[in-house]
Design a binder for this molecule. Sequence first.
Ligand SMILES: NC(=O)c1ccc[n+]([C@@H]2O[C@H](COP(=O)([O-])OP(=O)(O)OC[C@H]3O[C@@H](n4cnc5c(N)ncnc54)[C@H](OP(=O)(O)O)[C@@H]3O)[C@@H](O)[C@H]2O)c1
Length: 329
Amino acid sequence: MEQMGEVVCENSHQFHWPGYNFFAILGIIVTSLISLRLLRAIWNLWRLYIWPNLRPAQDYVKLYGKWAVITGGSDGIGKGYALELAKRGMNICVLSNFENNIVSEIRSVYTVDVKWIDVDFSTTEVYERIEKEISQIDDIGILVNNVGMVQSKWQPLADQDRRFMEKIINVNMATVVMMTEIVLKSMLRQNRGLIVCMGSMASRVPTPYATLYASSKAFIENFSVCLASELSETKIVVKCIEPCFVRTQLLKDMTKFTDFLKSYWSWTFPDGLSFAATATSTFGVIGTPVVYAGYVAHEILTLIVPHSIGKETLANISTKFLRWLTSEV
Ligand SMILES: NC(=O)c1ccc[n+]([C@@H]2O[C@H](COP(=O)([O-])OP(=O)(O)OC[C@H]3O[C@@H](n4cnc5c(N)ncnc54)[C@H](OP(=O)(O)O)[C@@H]3O)[C@@H](O)[C@H]2O)c1
C-alpha cells in the first residue's frame, strides 16, 4: 500500500507539472483564435461574394442616391465601375484625363445621364473647378476614389524622378482626400452615401521597388478605416477595396511580371471589367469589413499570406522574388 501510495504520489506529481496547465490554456486560446479568424473569413466570403450573387441585385439608387462619381472612370477598373453602376440605373460622372468614349459607350447601352469632367489629377490646382462642377450634380450617392498610377517598371526609390513621385503622391493620395472632402458635405446633408477607396494588396503585403505606390495604398487603407469609424453614427458607408493584380493598362509595361501571372496564376488575374463586376456587387454590404479584396480569388490570396511572419520578412521575400523574376532591379 505504501508502495502504491508512493506510485500514485509520483504519477500525480508528473500529472501536475507546473507547465501543463499553462500550455493547455495556451493551446485552447490559440485554437480558439484561429477558429474565430477562420469563421470570420468564411462569414465574410459568404456575405461579400456569395450572398450578393444569390439575392436580387440591390437598388443602389434607393440605398445611396442617384449619381455615382468615379475618378479615373474612363479605363480599367474605373470604367468597369462606371458600366456596372450605370447598369444598376445610376447616373454617372467620370473624372479623367481622356474621355476614351466612356460617355457614348454608357449612353449606347443604358438610359442614364452621363457627365465627363476633364481633369488631370497630377496637380492639386484642380479641386476648385471640380467642386464647382460637382455642386451642380444633385444627389450624389456613390463616390469611387479609383484613380491611381504606378511607375512603369519595378524601380528603386532612389532612381525615381522627383516630379514623377510628386505626381504619384497627388494622383494616389491627394485625390482621395480632396474628392472625399468635396462629396462628403452633400452626403452628410442627405445622411446617406457610399465612399469607395481603391487601395491595393500592396498595402498589406509590402511591395519593394514600388515603394511609393505601396505606401500610398497603405495611406488609403488607414484613411478609409478612420473615416468609416468617424462616420459610423451616420448612414454613410466607407469601403476600401484592395485587389491583388488586375489586367489593366496600369501594369502594361511590367510584361515579365504579367506574363508570369498569366502563365501560373491566371485564376488570380482578372480583367478590369470582371474585377469591377464582382467588387460592385459588394457595394450594398453595410458594416464590416471596411477593408477587403473585392474579388474572391484575391480574398483567398489575402487569407493565405502568412501575415504572422511580419511585414519586414514579407518585404524581404518580395524583394528576393522581384529580383529573381524581373532582373530589372
Ligand atoms: N490593376 C491592378 O493590378 C491594380 C491592383 C490593385 C489596385 N489597383 C488600383 O485600382 C485603381 C484603378 O487602377 P487600373 O488598373 O484600372 O488603372 P488604369 O487602367 O491605368 O486606369 C486608370 C484610370 O485613371 C485615369 N488617370 C490616370 N492618371 C490620371 C490623372 N493624372 N488624371 C486624371 N485621370 C487619370 C486614367 O484615365 P486616362 O486614360 O484619361 O489617363 C484611367 O481612367 C488604381 O487606384 C490602382 O492603384 C489596381
